[in-house]
Design a protein around this ligand. Structure first.
Ligand SMILES: Cc1ncc(COP(=O)(O)O)c(C=O)c1O
Length: 434
């Protein structure tokens, strides 16, 4: 049985509010000061929205007009890790830009990371390559459920899960997370048991671990019970673990695969360095079988699935998992600082807004349900505050009244966003904004 190990970080000796770039040779060198640079030492002053809009061409910087502060899509404002930049540049210089035939060096690189961070022994032979996590999920489910079936997701959840499942002949079953106003969200194991055991049953569960949008780390006890239920009802589990490398200090991420393997649950994990190191555009991810039996399924993935991954992305992933761990730790520190900052700003400037701080990742889920813009906070904030956030309604049941905020940015960007949003949530403005 897998034993959860706390996030190993050389930053463990510092308090959660402490941050610095010290230790990786690129940082700002003061372990106790609030960071003034990104994880690789680029000054935050060079990463303002105005500067990034001039430099970058991704959706974050092109979807909305210049006066909109974009905190919607899950991209980082930080410069990518120097080790990753170097790896990509080297491959380009070598004109090594052809097709891939499999995970090659990525399998041992990820296995080393999973062992060191989470105590998960990945068999490199069970690692398969795919274009991105989304493709890995779709192609795995296409194999596992050739005749379609009922796929459960625990909402509110990453909106693209709905879009991915539309590519398959499956029925989506939403099983909302349990929400306890004091303890925060968690898997609703009673509801999952009921759905798994119902007459219609559930064929597969698409688990989000850690869970986007809340940044929730499922506990080992909950995952163990989930595995027991999946085993009893023959439910195939796809665990999306893309946010796991961004587990905050002092928290434990529990990979599902070892639990699935010991419970006899058919399961695969889909993951990548794309979220932890901001490499979505480099197009490379992995599907990992939980057991030798699950690997027989993944061996039937069409060879095209590996061929469609990017060779630049593969080398970027290798560099990230093996050589850019210090950068990752520094990114986590900055995210934690922004979480604390947001907590203070919400408390002081957004009366009635509820916020359960994330335990992993850089996304924050804000509940505007008790405010005067409860009906559609996303539209009101975009229209009146010129801040683009994730629209809670697109996350499925339980998402109404909520927005998702991206905190992988300079702290000043967070301050600016809340300063724009605060006036429109105040009761005095009810006339103009209702
Ligand atoms: C939970 C989750 N899964 C998958 C993705 C998309 O990953 P990819 O770009 O590798 O398809 C995201 C992106 O934010 C995500 O949050």
């Amino acid at each position: 049985m897998h034993t959860a190990v706390p996030q190993a970080s050389k930053a463990d000796d510092a308090g959660p509010a402490a941050s610095s770039g010290a230790g990786n040779g690129h940082g700002d060198g003061n372990r106790n000061a609030t960071a003034t640079t990104d994880p690789g030492g680029v000054p935050f002053a060079a990463l303002t929205p105005e500067a990034l809009r001039r430099e970058r061409t991704s959706i974050k910087w092109t979807r909305y007009p210049d006066d909109v502060l974009p905190l919607f899509v899950a991209e980082m404002d930080y410069a990518i890790a120097p080790e990753v930049q170097q790896a990509i540049i080297e491959r380009v210089r070598a004109s090594d830009t052809g097709y891939l035939d499999g995970p090659g060096p990525l399998a041992p690189a990820f296995a080393g990371f999973a062992r060191d961070r989470w105590g998960w022994e990945v068999d490199p032979a069970h690692v398969h390559l795919c274009t991105d996590v989304s493709v890995g999920i779709v192609e795995t489910l296409r194999l596992a459920l050739p005749d379609g079936g009922r796929v459960a997701i625990t909402t509110p959840v990453y909106p693209s899960f709905f879009e991915m499942l539309e590519e398959l002949p499956v029925e989506v079953v939403e099983i909302p997370l349990a929400t306890d106003p004091t303890a925060g969200p968690r898997l609703d194991l009673d509801a999952l048991a009921e759905a798994f055991g119902s007459a219609a049953g559930i064929d597969a569960l698409l688990l989000c671990n850690p869970h986007n949008p809340h940044g929730l780390l499922h506990s080992e006890a909950d995952l163990t019970e989930l595995a027991r239920l999946a085993s009893a009802h023959d439910v195939f589990v796809v665990s999306d673990e893309i946010h796991a490398p961004l587990t905050h200090r002092g928290r434990s991420f529990v990979p599902f695969a070892p639990i699935a393997a010991s419970a006899g649950v058919a399961s695969v994990t889909v993951t990548s360095a794309s979220k932890g190191w901001n490499l979505a555009g480099t197009k490379c991810a992995m599907v990992i079988a939980a057991s030798a039996e699950d690997d027989t399924l993944l061996r039937r993935l069409p060879p095209e699935v590996a061929c469609r991954a990017s060779i630049l992305g593969l080398h970027a992933n290798v560099a990230a998992f093996s050589r850019a761990r210090d950068w990752l730790d520094e990114a986590i520190r900055r995210i934690e600082e922004n979480v604390n900052l947001l907590k203070d700003l919400v408390a002081s400037q957004l009366p009635g807004v509820r916020f359960v701080p994330p335990e992993a990742g850089y996304l924050a889920w804000l509940d505007f349900g008790a405010t005067r813009i409860a009906d559609d906070p996303h539209a009101a904030i975009l229209r009146e505050a010129c801040v683009a956030l994730g629209d809670g309604r697109t996350f499925g049941r339980g998402g109404r009244g909520h927005v998702r905020v991206n905190l992988a940015c300079p702290p000043q960007t967070v301050r600016d966003a809340i300063a724009r949003i605060a006036p429109i949530t105040h009761p005095d403005d009810a006339e103009e904004t209702s």
